[in-house]
Write a protein that binds this ligand. Structure first.
Ligand code: AMP
Ligand code: ZN
Length: 465
């Protein structure tokens, strides 16, 4: 497989450190709010990457963290903890908030056919390990105490800006407009490994440590969770493009300082989903969630299809007309696949030929739009019988995961009295403006495999078979 590596800024042949095996790490969500469809774009493309690697024969182990502590509202270590802000907003404890939005995230992933990583590790579950690694960094001279916090000393690493040749002056992270400079930092890119003092004394979750009672910084979470579960050499690390700096830059600095050798070879970044007004972001509010798309009548698979139509290294604008086109195209494609007759035996030679073309598309820096085109090529080949076409589409869907051959059953009314009662309760809750209850019922139905579509004439539903 050939893949673009952000660190070399080139498309490279992917060669994992152990033949046939891939260790893969993904930065997970910060669970202070619903994931927006931009976050979900990143997770869809990472899911395709994982499945493509498996399709090409690799044995993949994938690990993801859940950021439930330490991610401040500004990446430069100032501002309030995002989790704390969310807890205040929703009058929940931080733990309740994390549990709620972690479940909501995986419910969205399930609807989008995003496979759950092999290991999912909430940061709050591994604090002892963070403390152990921070202590080792301190011992090796890479960390210093100042003003009650422990900082990573970026001047001690040979090369800090590993991704791009940044001009230092352009990166005054600590003094970004509107952000107060942290006077404890020896160098402007230094970052907090352990907080015992922040401007916000009401941090909800704290742990005892050699430096006092406090909590970990965001960056150390990912390094430790990756190293603990995937060992000292990581093959590929993924995230959205905004993670490049400072998050991934800091991950590399501290991991390599700790290990004393190179850590991760390939860095995979998904470009952003934007609205016509700019980047979609959770903190800016007013963002689109998968549930909002569904309330507008869209199916999650239509959004997955929309994402697969463009390359992960291009930013993607979510606009009503382009999304509507994708919805129509998906419906037509699925209808064509479902209409395929089952007759005949699978033509093995043709199967191998198309499979190779599909694998080539994936191997060409994960060219998902070309991979989708392979489905159309199969459909329109008059020389192929129905059985061969079905077998190929089923095979491709191991990676695309678009449910192209999955029959959606329009639910029979009397057998589904319970579902209909729940839908009626949801409609009543919406009418009473009790949106939390309405959302809860929708999630419960989703967990039962029921997808709702709100139309001007009421709510219709389909049940996953
Ligand atoms: P967060 O929950 O904020 O930690 O972000 C989760 C993931 O979504 C990270 O990998 C981010 O880089 C990614 N991300 C954030 N905003 C966008 C966006 N507008 N489009 C695509 N990915 C994004
Ligand atoms: Zn991370």
């Amino acid at each position: 497989m050939k893949i673009y590596n952000t660190i070399s800024r080139q498309i490279e042949e992917f060669v994992p450190h152990e033949a046939g095996k891939v260790s893969m790490y993904t930065c997970g969500p910060t669970v202070y709010n619903f994931a927006h469809i931009g976050n979900l774009r990143t997770y869809i493309m990472e899911d395709v990457l994982e499945k493509a690697l498996r399709y090409l024969g690799y044995d993949v182990k994938r690990v993801m963290n859940i950021t439930d502590i330490g991610h401040l509202s500004d990446d430069a270590d100032s501002g309030e903890d995002k989790m704390l802000l969310g807890a205040k907003r929703e009058r929940k404890t931080v733990r309740e908030l994390a549990a709620f939005y972690t479940d909501a995230f995986f419910a969205d992933c399930k609807k989008l056919n995003i496979k759950r990583p092999d290991v999912v590790q909430p940061a709050t579950g591994l604090v002892d390990e963070f403390i152990r690694v921070i202590a080792a960094l301190e011992e090796k001279g890479f960390a210093y105490k100042a003003g009650g916090n422990v900082y990573f000393d970026t001047s001690k690493v040979r090369q800090y800006h590993v991704f791009f040749n940044f001009k230092e002056d352009d990166l005054e992270v600590g003094v970004r407009e509107g952000v107060e400079e942290d006077e404890n930092k020896r160098n402007k890119n230094d970052f907090v490994l352990w907080f015992t003092k922040s401007k916000f004394e009401d941090q909800a979750l704290k742990w005892d440590s050699p430096w006092g009672v406090g909590y970990p910084g965001w960056h150390i979470e990912c390094s430790c969770i990756a190293m603990k579960n995937l060992g000292e050499t990581l093959d590929i690390h993924c995230g959205g493009i905004d993670n490049v700096f400072p998050h991934h830059t800091n991950e590399i600095a501290q991991s390599e300082a700790y290990l004393g050798h190179p850590w991760c070879k390939y860095w995979f970044h998904v470009l952003h989903l934007n609205t016509d007004k700019g980047k979609m972001s959770k903190s800016a509010g007013g963002f689109l969630t998968l549930s909002k798309l569904e309330e507008g009548g869209a199916a999650p698979m239509q959004y997955r299809f929309f994402c697969l139509q463009s390359h992960y290294r291009n930013s993607l604008v979510f606009a009503e007309d382009t999304f509507a086109n994708a919805q129509n195209a998906y419906n037509k494609l699925k209808a064509r696949a479902l209409a395929l007759p089952r007759e005949g035996d699978v033509d093995q030679a043709a199967f191998a030929k198309y499979r190779a073309a599909f694998a080539d598309a994936l191997s060409a820096d994960l060219n998902t739009s070309l991979a989708v085109t392979a489905v159309y090529d199969v459909l329109k080949d008059k020389a192929l019988n129905g059985a061969t076409k079905r077998a190929l589409i089923e095979d491709f869907d191991r990676v695309l995961s678009l449910d192209l051959l999955k029959e959606e059953a329009p639910a029979a009314s009397e057998a589904n009295a319970e579902i209909e009662a729940m839908i009626a309760a949801r409609t009543a809750a919406k009418k009473a403006k009790n949106y939390a209850e309405a959302d809860r019922i929708r999630s419960e139905l989703a967990a039962m495999g029921v997808t709702l579509t709100d139309t001007p004439n009421g709510t219709t539903y389909t049940v996953r078979k």
